[in-house]
Ligand binder design. Structure first.
Ligand SMILES: *Cc1c(COP(=O)(O)O)cnc(C)c1O
Length: 386
């Protein structure tokens, strides 16, 4: 029987060190491995870019928590995305992505991969007609080979039906990739819902402590996995041992952290709804959210991310973003500490003036695991000052 999530998070890939019995798999801070004769490797370890036991332990743990056969870890989420796309697509292939994907994903596709002939179109994934038309149209040089979605999306918190999207993708002979960074594997497992590939920025919830950058690709198809493994080795955007080790440590407590992120965020979202300064609260845990029922079906909780729009427009949003004391104004998300972000000028500055532009009256909260009363009073003083 498959073990429960927290058991897998703590134990997958985490067997005690065979030589010393160290309960925690050691940090193998090394770039190379001694050979017992030319080509006589110990357990296959040869050179750090290719393989490292600390990275292997993380990869096994990542596969375990997403319920996938194969996992590869990279130096960042974007490095993982780049490796995945260049491993599985060729020039002429076309990607249809959600029209509110992470700004860095949009930039990677439009400024880097498009130059190499991999084209893309952005559509509202929840609009079935627009999606069908975009998938059928393909690109100027070839067909649609990949659908790319984030759910919940960043920062508009849109929820997309992964199982339905997998059907659309497969009917068109395309792969469905889900960026599962916002939900984390504790709340949502896209492979079980029919997706072909899951990507993560492990920099966020999986690492969880804002101290290690990383990315991951997880999938079940052996042939595709071989290609991704080859790019990981041949290009080398791998996790460094220390980063892999920290990420492994973070991932073990993902479940307990997410429970607190979810309950704190639910309370804050409900509190914000009652405030007269607030125009709209975007949080899938609110029954008023258009994706609430779908999220309740395909996720096991609603997550720790909230976006808020203010009646006072850009001025009000900027003022709140700059006047909290516990919520730190910073990019990134998913750490134990609460963060505040003004996407229009920060995380999503790269999509300004494009179809992915974020409203200027919106702030995004990454709700941490601090005491809820302290978080609420911090927000209260910031909103009272408007
Ligand atoms: C941060 C993020 C990424 C990129 O990850 P990096 O580790 O910063 O390279 C991709 N997708 C989402 C949803 C993110 O939040």
């Amino acid at each position: 029987m498959t073990k429960g999530f927290n058991t897998r998070a703590v134990h997958a890939g985490q067997t005690p060190d065979p030589t010393t019995g160290a309960v925690i798999p050691p940090l193998y801070q090394t770039t190379t491995f001694a050979q017992d004769g030319i080509g006589k490797l110990r357990n296959g370890y040869e050179y750090g870019r290719g393989t490292n036991p600390t990275r292997d332990a993380l990869q096994a743990q990542l596969a375990g928590v997403e319920g996938g056969e194969f996992a590869f870890s990279f130096s960042s989420g974007l490095a993982a995305e780049d490796a995945l796309i260049r491993a599985l697509l060729v020039p002429g292939d076309h990607i249809v992505m959600g029209n509110d994907v992470y700004g860095g994903t949009y930039r990677l596709l439009n400024r880097i991969l498009s130059v190499w002939g991999i084209t893309n179109a952005a559509v509202d994934m929840s609009d079935a007609e627009a999606l069908a038309a975009a998938v059928a149209a393909g690109g100027p040089d070839g067909g649609t080979k990949m659908l790319w979605v984030e759910t919940p999306s960043n920062p508009m918190m849109k929820i997309t039906d992964i199982a339905a999207l997998a059907e659309v993708a497969h009917a068109a002979g395309a792969l469905l990739v889900v960026d599962n960074t916002f939900a984390s594997p504790y709340l949502q497992n896209p492979l079980a819902l029919g997706a072909d590939v899951v990507v993560h920025s492990t920099t966020k919830y999986i690492g969880g402590h804002s101290d290690a950058s990383g990315g991951a690709v997880i999938l079940n198809d052996a042939q595709a996995a071989e290609k991704i493994g080859f790019i990981q080795f041949a290009v080398g955007a791998v996790s460094a041992p220390m980063e892999a080790w920290l990420t492994t440590r973070g991932l073990k407590t993902l479940g307990v952290r997410m429970d607190r992120h979810c309950s704190n965020a639910q309370t804050i979202a409900e509190w914000l709804l009652e405030r007269p300064e607030v125009e709209r609260v975007l949080y899938p845990g609110l029954p008023s959210h258009p994706g609430h029922e779908l999220a309740a079906r395909q996720m096991r909780g609603f997550g720790g991310m909230i976006s808020v729009q203010f009646k006072g427009g850009e001025d009000a949003a900027r003022k709140v973003a700059e006047s909290t004391k516990l919520f730190t104004l910073a990019e990134s998300l998913g750490g134990i500490e609460s963060l505040m972000n003004y996407p229009s000028e920060m995380t999503h500055a790269s999509v300004k003036g494009t179809e992915l532009e974020v409203p200027v009256n919106l702030i995004r909260l990454s709700v941490g695991i601090e005491d809820i009363a302290d978080l609420l009073s911090d927000l209260e003083q910031a909103l009272d000052a408007l």
